[in-house]
Design a protein around this ligand. Structure first.
Ligand code: KIV
Ligand code: ZN
Length: 542
C-alpha cells in the first residue's frame, strides 16, 4: 500500500449533473485546464453517451488538456469518460477519450438489491455476468478500466466481493466504491472498504477508489474513512457540487490530508495554492455560489469576527487558525497597488497571483485597473482577482453595456435607462420601471434583448471591506432557448440554466453586467448568433 492518494475530479461529470450546473464546452475546457494546473490525477470529463455535445466536449478536453502536461507537471492528467455497462456507451466513451495520452473508461452497474430489482430488473447472476463482460469489452479498447458497483453503500458486501473479483479477472484496474445516495456513516464505509481490501481476490493489483455523496453531510468523513482503510483514489468535485446534496469536496479532502499529515501520512499531487482559484472559476461558470461558511473556500473560512478570536490572532495566528489562508490561495494582502502603480507592477502582482497574461490581456486588465483606481484608493489582491474574474469568465459578447442610469429611493418609482450595444454595433436605449433599481435595469435590458428567461438566483457580495468596496454579483437564469442534449433521440426544446458574473464599485452596474453575461450565454447557446456554443446536461446517471 503506497502513500499516494490519487485525486479523481468529477466536477465535469457528477458535478455538472447538479441542477443548473450546466457549462458550455468552452467553460468545460477552461475548468479542465484549471484542474490540470491544480494537479488532479484524473479528470472525469463527462458522460460521452449522454449526448453528441458531451462527447465532443470530452474529446476536446482529451486533445487539448490530456495530451500535454500542464506547466510544472510531468504528465497530463488521465482523461476519463463514464459509461453505463453496455457496448453503445463504452464505444462512445472510447471515441471521446482515445486521443488523450492517458485515456480511461469508467463503467458502472448497480449492485444493491433495490437497484437490481427495480431499476435494472436483473438478478445477481446477470449483474455479475454483465459487469465482467462489459469490463472485458472496455478493456479491448483501453488498458485503464475503472469499474463502479453503483449504490455499493447499500449493497451486500459478500455480493460485492464476488462482483469485484470477477471484474478484476476481466481486466479492471481501478475499483471505485460509491456511496451513491450518501447513506453510510464513516465507520460503516471504512469497514466496507476494509472488507473489500481483505476479501477480494486480486485487489492488491488494483487501485481502490471511494466516491461519496453528501446527503447526510458525511461525504468528506466517509471518503477519509475509506482512505484510512486503504483506498488510494478519492472521487471528488470542486466546491462539492454534484447530484442532490453534492459530492465530496476536493478541497476538503486535500486539505484534511495536508493539515493532518501526522495522522494520515499520505500525499496528493494537488498544488493547494490553486484551490481558491479553481473554486471561484467553477462557482462563476455554474452560477452556484459557495456558502460563506464552506470549509476551505467559503468567504468566511479565514475570517475572525469575535473580539476574543481577533485578539488571539494578533498574538499568534495559530491560536485560531489551523491552516494559513495563503496555503489554499486566499490572498489577504491589504494594500497592493494604487492609482500611481504602473503596468509593470500590475503584471508582476498578477503573475504572483498565478495569472500570466499576454500583452493584449494585460492591456485590458490595466485599463480596468486604472478605472477602478480612479474610484478606489487601495486596490487589494481580492479586488484584482474580482477584476480578472470579470474579464476571464465572460462569454462571447452579443450585447454589451454601454451606459446605465437609475433613479430610485422613497420618492418615486425606481426607473432605469440602459444603453446596450447589439451584435451589429447598433446602440439601443430603453427605459423601464421596476420594483427596485435592479428589477428596473433587468426589465430595460429585457426589452432590448428579448430572450425570455426566469431569474433563479441573484447574489451580491462585497469583495473587500469599506464603503468603496467592489461589489460582485452572480446570477443564474433559466432560459428556454437551446437544444435538448441528454438523449440524441429526444431533441425537444427544454429549459437550461446559465450563470453570469459581474464586478464593479457600483452594485447596480455589477448587477447589469452579471445579467448580461448570463443572457449572452443563453443567446450563444441558442445558436441565433452564429454557431451555438455547446452546452450539455447529463441527467439521472446516479
Ligand atoms: O454516485 C455514483 O454511484 C456514481 C457512479 C456512476 C460512480 O456517480
Ligand atoms: Zn456519484
Amino acid at each position: 500500500m503506497n502513500n499516494y492518494v490519487r485525486i479523481f475530479d468529477t466536477t465535469l461529470r457528477d458535478g455538472e449533473q447538479s441542477p443548473g450546473a450546466t457549462m458550455t464546452s468552452n467553460e468545460k475546457l477552461e475548468v479542465a485546464r484549471t484542474l490540470a494546473k491544480l494537479g488532479v490525477d484524473v479528470i472525469e470529463a463527462g458522460f460521452a453517451a449522454a449526448s453528441p455535445d458531451d462527447l465532443e466536449a470530452i474529446k476536446r478536453i482529451a486533445v487539448e488538456v490530456g495530451s500535454t502536461p500542464a506547466p510544472g507537471h510531468a504528465e497530463p492528467p488521465i482523461i476519463c469518460s463514464l459509461a453505463r455497462a453496455n457496448k453503445g456507451d463504452i464505444d462512445k466513451a472510447w471515441e471521446a477519450v482515445q486521443h488523450a495520452k492517458r485515456p480511461r473508461i469508467h463503467t458502472f452497474l448497480a449492485t444493491s438489491p433495490i437497484h437490481m430489482k427495480y431499476k435494472l430488473k436483473m438478478d445477481a447472476e446477470q449483474v455479475i455476468e454483465r459487469a465482467a463482460e462489459m469490463v472485458a469489452y472496455a478493456k479491448s479498447f483501453c488498458d485503464d478500466v475503472e469499474f463502479s458497483p453503483e449504490d455499493a453503500g447499500r449493497s451486500d458486501p459478500e455480493f460485492l466481493y464476488v462482483v469485484l473479483t470477477e471484474v478484476i479477472k476481466a481486466g479492471a484496474t481501478t475499483l471505485n466504491i460509491p456511496d451513491t445516495v450518501g447513506y453510510t456513516t464513516p465507520d460503516e464505509f471504512g469497514n466496507l472498504i476494509a472488507g473489500i481490501m481483505k476479501n477480494v481476490k486480486g485487489i492488491e493489483n488494483c487501485v481502490v477508489s471511494v466516491h461519496c455523496h453528501d446527503d447526510l453531510g458525511m461525504a468528506t468523513a466517509n471518503t477519509l474513512a475509506g482512505i484510512r482503510a486503504g483506498a488510494r483514489q478519492a472521487e471528488v468535485t470542486i466546491n462539492g457540487i454534484g447530484e442532490r446534496a453534492g459530492n465530496t469536496s476536493l478541497e476538503e479532502v486535500v486539505m484534511a490530508l495536508h493539515t493532518r499529515k501526522p495522522i494520515f501520512n499520505l500525499e496528493t499531487g494537488i498544488e493547494t495554492t490553486q484551490l481558491m482559484r479553481a473554486s471561484k472559476l467553477v462557482s462563476n461558470y455554474t452560477g452556484i455560489v459557495v456558502q460563506p461558511n464552506k470549509a476551505i473556500v467559503g468567504a468566511n473560512a479565514f475570517a475572525h469576527e469575535a473580539g476574543i478570536h481577533q485578539d488571539g490572532m494578533l498574538k499568534h495566528n495559530e491560536t485560531y487558525e489551523i491552516m494559513r489562508p495563503e496555503t489554499v490561495g486566499v490572498t489577504q494582502t491589504t494594500l497592493v497597488l494604487g492609482k500611481h502603480s504602473g503596468r509593470h507592477a500590475l503584471k508582476a502582482r498578477l503573475a504572483e497571483l498565478g495569472y500570466n497574461f499576454n500583452d493584449a490581456e494585460l492591456d485590458k486588465a490595466f485599463e480596468r485597473f486604472k478605472n477602478l483606481a480612479d474610484k478606489k484608493k487601495m486596490i487589494t489582491d481580492a479586488d484584482l482577482e474580482a477584476l480578472v474574474a470579470d474579464e476571464l469568465y465572460q462569454p462571447r459578447e452579443i450585447f454589451s453595456l454601454d451606459g446605465l442610469q437609475v433613479a430610485c429611493g422613497t420618492m418615486g418609482m425606481p426607473t432605469a435607462t440602459v444603453r446596450l450595444k447589439g451584435p451589429d454595433g447598433t446602440v439601443h436605449v430603453r427605459a423601464a420601471i421596476g420594483t427596485g433599481p435592479v428589477d428596473a435595469v433587468y426589465k430595460a435590458i429585457d426589452s432590448v434583448v428579448q430572450s425570455p428567461n426566469t431569474l433563479l438566483e441573484f447574489v451580491i457580495h462585497a469583495v473587500t471591506q469599506g464603503i468603496d468596496a467592489l461589489g460582485e454579483v452572480t446570477v443564474r437564469i433559466e432560459g428556454t432557448n437551446g437544444q435538448r442534449t441528454f438523449d440524441a433521440q429526444d431533441e425537444a426544446e427544454h429549459t437550461r440554466t446559465f450563470g453570469g458574473h459581474g464586478a464593479d464599485t457600483d452594485i447596480i452596474v455589477a448587477s447589469a453586467k452579471a445579467y448580461l453575461s448570463a443572457l449572452n450565454k443563453l443567446l450563444v447557446a441558442s445558436g441565433e448568433y452564429g454557431e451555438a456554443e455547446k452546452a450539455s446536461q447529463v441527467e439521472a446517471v446516479a
